[in-house]
Design a protein around this ligand. Sequence first.
Ligand SMILES: [Zn+2]
Length: 187
Amino acid sequence: MPVITIVDPYTRLPVSFTGTEIGHSSTRSPDARTGQLPDRWNEQRAWKIPRSDGSFTWKFAKYGYSVIYHAADTRCRSRDGLAGSPATVDDLPDDAVPCPRCRPAPPEDLADAKDAGTLVPVRYEFPRIEITDCATPDDVIMAAALKRSRDTHQVSVMLSGPARDLIAQCMADDDFRAGAGQLPRAV
Ligand SMILES: [Zn+2]
């Protein structure tokens, strides 16, 4: 069984556990009209974790990804304050995109400046990860269904397309399906 390592978003330390991935969904698909991949997207993953008594616990993770970075002195905002976190060209993904509003230098200029001995500060939208430890399959379903409004911070329960996709994959696992209660019938 593979050892899975996730980087804790708060401590930036790796969290390792032994388990099997039973579901993965992603909203990163090309735009139907332009064929472009989105600059921001979400992924969800679920794992089953064996316990010594033969039963299982479950883990669910929600990832928010972005390839956008901002100028160091940006006025762009995210829901938690200034957009992005301090970074340099070394932190950026290969397909990094400069924010069109605050217009930081393009990646190639940042790389040139680094070659010349200057690390230009920027603010990158590092991945966000929310990990939920789940005692039962229903807890996984609830975690996948919980949605926090960006504006009002209200929590609502709804299954998005990717969440349905993830749960359908999880339901193909016999132990998950056997442990799931009433909720999956509504899915
Ligand atoms: Zn910006």
